[in-house]
Design a binder for this molecule. Structure first.
Ligand SMILES: Nc1ncnc2c1ncn2[C@@H]1O[C@H](COP(=O)(O)OP(=O)(O)O)[C@@H](O)[C@H]1O
Ligand SMILES: [Mg+2]
Length: 339
């Protein structure tokens, strides 16, 4: 029934190594997205520093007697002070080496998520699948973010990132197929059949891995490698030595990812047998490089995949797909509890 308030409560949150994205629906039913870089700088809490930040028009926050500059502002300040920025996460998980990480992430999350619009509003946040190539614990990571979201007044639920991609991008295929999020810290993969996740995992190789490797072979800084990569590279027709190196590592990463899916498919029991050929959809910042999907198709052609694939395609909105999928999960849950 239509009534005065058609707002659907529930929010989605993508907790990524490089970017944090919040998604919610407004009263017009439109999806509202807010993105913030998952980066910070700590600055001394003294008067000269406060004056400098005010002059530069850089906002800061104080927590536990420490002062922080968050998100993109941290990059600006890093340039001015010639100091490195810090990241609260590494390879998809909260960084155990960063003592300030959790407090900073709470501030960052709160700044994009805002206050709950109803008491204990549901928030679905993305978590990585278990990494197949590192022994880092996702359980610890989940517990920490459950606590952070509760402190912010939300009812937290987690969704495996690859599953969120399936929700965001595979509606036309009845949520059957493979969703892959190609992030900065990791790649997340989920095989789903009629919206149920059948298999999911992550690999701790992503955009950062490309940057670090390109930097090593060329003798440049990872930040420089990242800059060249993001400026726009044609992966199918690299024009310089730098672009060549980026393309080579991209090819290697894509091959690594597809080979891992293939091996899992062959090894796993209880895999769904798909009656129809399935789509594989790629999202995430790392999928935004020029001709990424063409390179995926070229690598795919050279391998024998264990199931019939109908299409390899790019997500409609690669940077926001995880947050949108998490929002879908939240809205579905809200609809269920109301009915
Ligand atoms: N245009 C682009 N081309 C290639 N890589 C890009 C581009 N834009 C962003 N990236 C890369 O995408 C990654 C961030 O993507 P994102 O999906 O937000 O990561 P995460 O999920 O780890 O936070 C970074 O490694 C960044 O360098
Ligand atoms: Mg991500």
């Amino acid at each position: 029934m239509a009534n005065e308030s058609t707002i659907q409560y529930g929010k989605g949150l993508d907790i990524g190594t490089v970017n944090l994205v919040a998604a919610e629906q407004n009263e017009k039913g439109e999806v509202v997205l807010r993105l913030k870089r998952n980066v910070f700088m700590d600055v001394p809490m003294d008067v000269p520093t406060k004056n400098m930040l005010t002059k530069l028009n850089v906002p800061y926050v104080v927590q536990n007697k420490r002062m922080y500059v968050l998100g993109d502002h941290a990059f600006e300040l890093a340039n001015v002070l010639n100091k490195p920025t810090r990241r609260p996460m590494k390879d998809g998980l909260i960084s155990p080496k960063e003592a300030d990480a959790l407090g900073v992430m709470k501030l960052l999350i709160s700044s994009i998520l805002g206050e709950p619009r109803t008491k204990g509003e549901i928030c679905y946040y993305s978590v990585p699948g278990d990494p197949i190539d590192s022994d880092m614990s996702v359980i610890y990571h989940k517990d920490l973010f459950d606590a952070v979201l509760k402190q912010l007044g939300y009812t937290p639920h987690h969704i495996v990132e690859g599953h969120a991609i399936v929700y965001a991008e595979l509606a036309e295929e009845d949520f059957s197929g493979i969703g892959i999020s190609c992030g900065g810290g990791m790649f997340n993969i989920c095989v789903a059949y009629k919206s149920m996740p059948a298999l999911f995992f992550s690999t701790s190789r992503g955009g950062d891995w490309i940057d670090n490797n390109v930097a090593t072979v060329l003798g440049i800084k990872p930040a420089k490698a990242s800059f060249i990569k993001e400026k726009g590279v044609d992966l199918m027709k690299p024009k310089t030595r730098e672009e060549d190196a980026i393309s080579i590592y991209y090819r290697n990463l894509i091959n690594y990812t597809l080979t891992n899916i293939k091996e899992r498919f062959v090894a796993a029991e209880n895999m769904p047998s798909f009656p129809d050929p399935i789509p594989i959809v790629f999202s995430g910042g790392t999928s935004m490089a020029g001709n990424f999907i063409e390179l995926v198709r070229a690598v795919f052609k050279e391998m024998e995949f264990p199931i019939a694939v109908k299409e390899l395609r790019l997500a409609s909105d690669p940077l926001n797909a995880t947050a949108k999928g998490a929002l879908t999960a939240a809205l579905l849950e809200g609809a269920q509890t109301q009915s």
